[in-house]
Design a protein around this ligand. Sequence first.
Ligand SMILES: [Zn+2]
Length: 608
Amino acid sequence: MPCRRRAARPENIMDENMPKTLSRNLAARSARRRICALAAALSIVLPCTVVAAARVTVLHTNDTHAHIDDGYVSFSEIAAEKARLEAAGESVILADAGDHVQGTPLGGYDSGRSVIDIMNAAGYDVATLGNHEFDYGVPALFDNIRRASFRYACCNFIRRKTLDDPGTLVLPSYVVVTAGAARVAFVGVTTPATLVSARPSTFLDASGGWRAYDFISGERGEALYAAVQKAVDEAAAQADCTVVVGHLGVSPDSAGCRSIDVIAHTTNFVAFIDGHSHSLYTGARVRNAAGRDVVLAQSGCHLGILGFLTFEDGRCVAAGTVFPRGERNPEVARLEEQLSDAVNRQLGERVAVAPADICSCAPGTADRLVRREGCSAGDFAADAAWWYAKRHGFACDMALINGGNVRSDIPAGDVTLKTLRTVQPFGGDIGIVEVNGRDILDALEFGAKTAGDAEFGGFLQVAGLRYAVDAAVKSSVQVDAAGTWVAGPSNGVYRVRDVEVYDRSKGKFVPLDLHGVYRVAGSAFTLMEGGDGFAMFRSAKKIENGMATDYLVLAEYAKAFKRGASGLPSLSSSASPLSELAGYPLAYEKPAGAGRIAIVGRAGAVAD
Ligand SMILES: [Zn+2]
């Protein structure tokens, strides 16, 4: 089972911790459905008053990532839930905190257009932009925004006409949604890290010389806080209740521009509906700049569950999650099935059988190992690029794949093109560059800045290479405000060490030569486009640009495995074409992979 299905399983949520005062708010009107409030677990104590005129419930999603036909909750169930609450006399607003058009083959099928149609039909009222809304390029972004019947808000996405232009906002900084007697203002905000998580070239003007599109952030987030405050103050004058809907998250690698940083430096709004870090928290309380508590909520990812916040007379009186089951809005369901069928027709070809899960996440969890340590899906994706390059006449010393480009497990069982497109849904290219050993060390060091501890999409999975990360050494790699690499560790101490390259002629690993020249295959996003901020590759010699689309490289590698009992290639280590290489470590059957990346120097760490 792919880990995306495991996101925010309702079974993990502690109903018994739901305080009676909070549970009554929704339980009374949806007794048949399972309602889960985490508020008690998060020590929220909110006053519960009798139903007031200006009462409204905001249902919220984030990071749905086009999980149309494999999430726990479908958009058609969300639509039915909204209608049910409205039929019971509730005022309901449906909001999304970004990253909705990209992440599975269903999103990539038509650059997100069908996802927008489904969200329109589901009754969304308001959304902000996630970083992945930019993955299909700016023209497609604007097409999707125009297509949406819900309204987008973003107070920090700007367009510049010239290099010196301070820029103007592209979208309204806030929208006011009226539901019943309540007027709720939603201020939108998007992570400035979008500049490097999408292809950095996305934002450049036609000459490629300067950023025509940008995100207000400031060196340490100060301009972002000012932009949010300005929008909030304008919005508050128009509404009874002001909420920020932000795609910022709480990950350490976003420090300065996280939801909790924005709350700590601003005032005048009651709640923050968050996204981006795929976290699940409902009704956490965070102190704002005036010392008041703001309610912070994020509802996991991949439609694992639906969050809600209830406001009365401008105050948040309940927070929690709801898990609508069964009942589906027929029109939305029809659109979901239509899209799912189209993708199954396009990508239904069976290419192999996996005898065991090839893992990007820790087994049974949504914990994305692939972004902070070695794992079998990371090995598999890097091996595929390494093998493919050689197969097509470009023998490479190694391959590097950014962890953020391995989005799912390959579940045990039949492997179709759709399975592989789910692993690598972005349709990115595999390319080849020539770089020196120092650049490789710097790339590994940058990728490993939070390794072993927290996620980073730029964490590098490897083939033909192995390395260790000393987690006891704090990263001092130097980056700019957008998160782009500037230089190696400021104190000269690397946490990456013992970097070794596989030598085919000797059948063993030998130390990386910092002055040597190496050919590297891998994600063009990382090696050629500066994605995730890999600026050390800017001067790399380009050998082959756009050799093939990544998921098709996975497919060709899979088809090269020896056939098993089913008659199809069997994705076991011993059946891999790379098993012929003496001493080359393969362990697709183990979730942690072949141990090419050793995390050392932390409690419980194993050196190899
Ligand atoms: Zn995101």
